[in-house]
Design a protein around this ligand. Structure first.
Ligand code: SF4
Ligand code: SF4
Length: 463
């Protein structure tokens, strides 16, 4: 694949098909069938895209950001409008994107986005417009680094990917005078940038792991020594240590990044909870207790419980226990921030189980929906829609889901144990056990969730 990825136009080549698919999805969402399982906007967004995304992140890396269609539109717009501002210093963190991540999870539940082609189409349109506005005003990749909730999801999940964009030989970088990977390759006299350097402020020789890397390959193309590649590594390796990272700093000092890791992990359980029957019991019980007849405030309470109260209690207790038992001198908050990254693998396991379920049980639904779109355009080259095509049986998919959860739990144990070993090389066990207990609670809750009866949406979407 080396020749392909070294080619300067590989990114647009991958982005163009996704842009075409996005346009088709918008048109289908606005003008196609209103029934979600028969519309490409809903089936592709909520069944196939999410499933493929997490599987590619697990097996390869952040290749969605590489092929991101929003960035192709941004590049085309930047030929006409050059951004003039730099992103405000006080906003150079993940707080906006964490809030948007939560907002998307919330609106998904409140408006049942999975069942509405119309709202799904408008969500895609809103995404394109936001990219154009943010990157129209602000230089570099401000949208990717500080705003995009999908990007943040990919950054966190890709910490567990087996591939990373990184330098081959550190010695070559030491002797390199131009540092084009970050500065961009320039014309010798005019100093005009002809190939961009990293827009996400990741300086290759000091870059650690996949966090904040969009796999855009600008650095690969800019490096004059062909010293950067997509190289294999141990998944999750970057979570085991806490070095100073270019463009990021120390993980253990980034409360915003820890909040992102927490929303990623606990949001995985919350999002899955939204599709099982017990949610409706909880909602109606809360509504009766508090005399609330509208769904938004009830859902707001459920979100507050899952994304604030539960993490505060679990991580607070674990930090208190670990501190008391292991004699770690860190205060509770820094300790919780440091170990929150250790929960990312179990969170990713839950996302894999959930999205994998929708993807695999609705695997073939794209065929009849595409047949139907072509037939409705008077071009039935694929024949009449075969609506009986669905996907894998759910008992097989449940085994796969269980496998993902075990993998995630094992990953969390490895990472938290690694961090405990770094903190207390002689006696890691007391520092490790409280975090292993949190991982166990999350794993048991996740396993309970995947064995719950599905609410109508899952049957509708996979049927
Ligand atoms: S990655 Fe390439 S451009 Fe960057 S410092 Fe190393 S050799 Fe120089
Ligand atoms: S230029 Fe930056 S974001 Fe793009 S692949 Fe290189 S390190 Fe990653």
């Amino acid at each position: 694949m080396g020749h392909l990825f070294r080619w300067r136009h590989v990114r647009p080549l991958l982005q163009l098909p996704l842009l075409i698919v996005s346009v088709v999805m918008i048109l289908q969402g606005l003008f196609g069938p209103t029934l979600a399982p028969k519309n490409l906007a809903t089936t592709l967004s909520w069944l196939h895209f999410r499933g493929v995304l997490v599987l590619v992140l697990l097996c390869a890396g952040n290749f969605f950001c590489l092929a991101c269609p929003f960035m192709l539109v941004r590049q085309m717009a930047r030929r006409f409008f050059k951004p003039r501002f730099t992103w405000p210093r006080m906003l150079r963190n993940k707080w906006i994107s964490v809030a948007l991540f939560v907002l998307i999870l919330f609106t998904y539940e409140l408006f049942d986005l999975w069942s509405s082609p119309w709202w799904t189409a408008w969500l895609i349109i809103a995404y394109f417009l936001t990219v154009l506005v943010v990157d129209g005003f602000f230089k570099h990749a401000s949208f990717c680094k500080f705003v995009c909730p999908i990007g943040q999801f990919n950054f966190v999940a890709s910490t567990l990917s087996p591939f990373e964009v990184k330098v081959r030989e550190q010695d070559v970088c030491v002797k390199c005078h131009t540092k084009d990977c970050i500065r961009g390759r320039r014309e010798p006299v005019s100093e005009l940038v002809v190939i961009r350097g990293c827009e996400l402020a990741l300086f290759q020789p000091r870059k650690v792991g996949n966090m904040d890397c969009t796999f855009c390959l600008d650095c690969v193309h800019a490096c004059p020594h062909d010293n950067i590649g997509i190289l294999s590594r141990m998944p999750g390796d970057e979570l085991l240590t806490d070095p100073l990272r270019s463009g990021i700093g120390y993980f253990s000092r980034r409360k915003d990044l820890a909040a992102l890791a927490i929303v990623f992990t606990f949001g995985a359980l919350l999002n899955a909870f939204g599709m099982v029957s017990p949610l409706y019991g909880v909602e109606s019980w809360l509504g009766r207790m508090l005399h609330l007849s509208r769904e938004a405030p009830v859902l707001g309470l459920i979100f507050t419980f899952f994304l604030i109260l539960e993490p505060v209690v679990l991580l607070g207790l674990a930090a208190w226990w670990a501190r008391k038992w292991s004699g770690n001198q860190r205060a509770l908050l820094p300790l919780a921030v440091r170990y929150s990254y250790g929960l990312v693998p179990i969170g990713f396991g839950m996302w894999l189980a959930h999205y994998g379920f929708h993807f695999l049980t609705g695997l073939y639904t794209v065929i009849p929906v595409t047949q139907s779109v072509l037939a409705s355009l008077g071009w039935p080259i694929l024949g009449q829609p075969r609506w009986t095509l669905t996907g894998l049986p759910s008992n097989i998919v449940q085994v796969i889901e269980t496998g993902f959860l075990i993998l995630g739990f094992a990953g969390s144990l490895v990472v938290t144990h690694g961090l405990a070993e770094e903190d207390s090389p002689d006696r890691p066990l007391p520092a490790f056990v409280p975090w292993a207990a949190v991982g166990l609670v999350l794993w048991m809750a996740s396993t309970w969730l995947v064995f719950q009866p599905m609410e109508m949406r899952a049957m509708l979407m996979s049927g």
